[in-house]
Structure formats: structure tokens, C-alpha cells
Design a protein. Structure first.
Ligand code: ACO
Length: 191
């Protein structure tokens, strides 16, 4: 059968239709959107848009979406913008993508990858995926999968020989569906 594009119902988002969609050309983006694989974008319906994080995404629900993952701070636009500059000041290292619901210009999915330069593996690189989150109201509609496909596509195009991540046991089936396999253990020491 022909695959249907991923879409979300506006009613499910509990967000009033107030903001007009902002095209990439009008945004200050974290990285060049051309790095995002076109085939992943094409799988999204016309109502959704996958792009790099923008300097003004605080106002588009970014932290509210991340709050399904962990508690998020109340940042001012200036603090948010400063963190954005910190990421962008490291060339070829930090890539955060967002999925925007065009009807509300609000973020419904988000994920990040950063690139680690190694001395081993013939000066290889490893992509580390972090902070994957999809708005509770639209989970289960392949948006998480699309975020992971975009990030692993970026990882491959940046020459990484592998992409890794940490997750809880209950998310293992999701990452298996995304083509990952369980390897080794995570160790943590909190400060
Ligand atoms: N158990 C079993 N299968 C799952 C699960 C699960 N917990 N979650 C998703 N899947 C399956 C889906 O059914 C789907 O399978 P299908 O292709 O057979 O239909 C496939 O995985 C893809 O799922 P999506 O619809 O893309 O998942 P979704 O958009 O809901 O995103 C995510 C998954 C990101 C885990 C989302 O549920 C979420 O935001 N959860 C809360 C935050 C979280 O736990 N984030 C991940 C933390 S780990 C990290 O950040 C590295």
C-alpha cells in the first residue's frame, strides 16, 4: 500500500490557532537546513515542518515539549538566545531539530545530536543522540521516528561511524523500531 504522510490534528494540540507559520528564511537557525535528509521531510504531511532549532523557538513551545522528558526551566528569551549562541559557537558539533505544526507555528517534536571527535577509529566521529521528545497529545504518530531518522541521517552525513544514545527500558522497543540495538551499559555519576 502507498504510505500516507504523517499528520496531526490541531484539536489534539490544545493550542489556540494564533501564530502564522514562520518559514525557514525568516528564522535565525542553528545550522543549514539542507543537512536534514529530504526524504525524511517528505514523509511528513503538509501540516508539519521539520527544521533546525531557531533562536526564537522558546516562543514556539520548545520547552513545553521537552517537559515530557524532564522538568524544564522558565527561561527568558535572552537566556534562551544565549544558550542558542553557546551551541552555535561550536562549529559542526550541535544539531537540534524540531517538528513544527504549521497551523499554530508551535513545536510538537524535538531531538538533538552532538558529534564527538575521536583519536581512535582513524580519527572517527560518534553521534550522540539526546533529548528526544514528542508532545503528549501527538505521540504514536511516527514523529519520534522522523526525529530519529533526521538525526541519524545528519550523523551519517557528518561521517560518524556510529550513533548512540541512552534510554530507559520502556523506550527500548521504540529505538529498536528506529533501527537501534541494545549494546553495553550506561554508567552515571550525578553532581
Ligand atoms: N513501546 C513500544 N513501542 C513503541 C514505544 C514504546 N514505549 N514508543 C513508540 N513505539 C513504537 C510505535 O508504536 C511505532 O511503531 P510502529 O512503527 O510499529 O507503528 C514506532 O515505535 C515509532 O513510534 P513513534 O510514533 O515515532 O513514537 P512517538 O512519536 O510517540 O515518539 C517518544 C516516541 C519520543 C519516546 C515519545 O513517546 C516521547 O516523547 N516520550 C516521552 C519522552 C521520552 O521518553 N523520550 C525519549 C527519551 S530517551 C532519549 O532522549 C535519548
Amino acid at each position: 500500500s502507498i504510505p500516507t504522510p504523517d499528520t496531526v490534528d490541531l484539536e489534539d494540540l490544545n493550542i489556540e490557532e494564533t501564530m502564522a507559520f514562520t518559514p525557514d528564511a525568516q528564522l535565525d537557525l542553528l545550522f543549514d537546513p539542507k543537512i536534514i535528509p529530504a526524504d525524511v521531510k517528505a514523509k511528513l504531511g503538509d501540516d508539519l515542518h521539520l527544521r533546525p532549532l531557531a533562536r526564537t523557538d522558546l516562543q514556539r513551545n520548545h520547552l513545553a515539549v521537552l517537559s515530557v522528558l524532564t522538568s524544564t526551566p522558565n527561561l527568558t528569551p535572552a537566556q534562551y538566545s544565549q544558550a542558542f549562541d553557546t551551541l552555535r559557537s561550536c562549529p559542526n558539533t550541535y544539531y537540534t531539530v524540531v517538528i513544527v505544526a504549521k497551523a499554530t507555528d508551535s513545536i510538537v517534536g524535538v531531538g538533538s545530536i552532538f558529534m564527538e571527535q575521536k583519536f581512535t577509529r582513524n580519527l572517527g566521529r560518534v553521534g550522540h543522540i539526546e533529548d528526544i521528545a514528542v508532545d503528549k497529545n501527538v505521540q504514536g504518530r511516527k514523529l519520534g521516528l522522523r526525529v530519529i531518522e533526521a538525526l541519524t541521517g545528519i550523523s551519517e552525513s557528518m561521517g560518524c561511524y556510529k550513533t548512540i544514545l541512552n534510554c530507559s527500558d520502556h523506550n527500548i522497543p521504540f529505538y529498536e523500531k528506529c533501527g537501534f540495538e541494545k549494546k553495553e551499559n550506561e554508567m552515571a555519576r550525578y553532581h
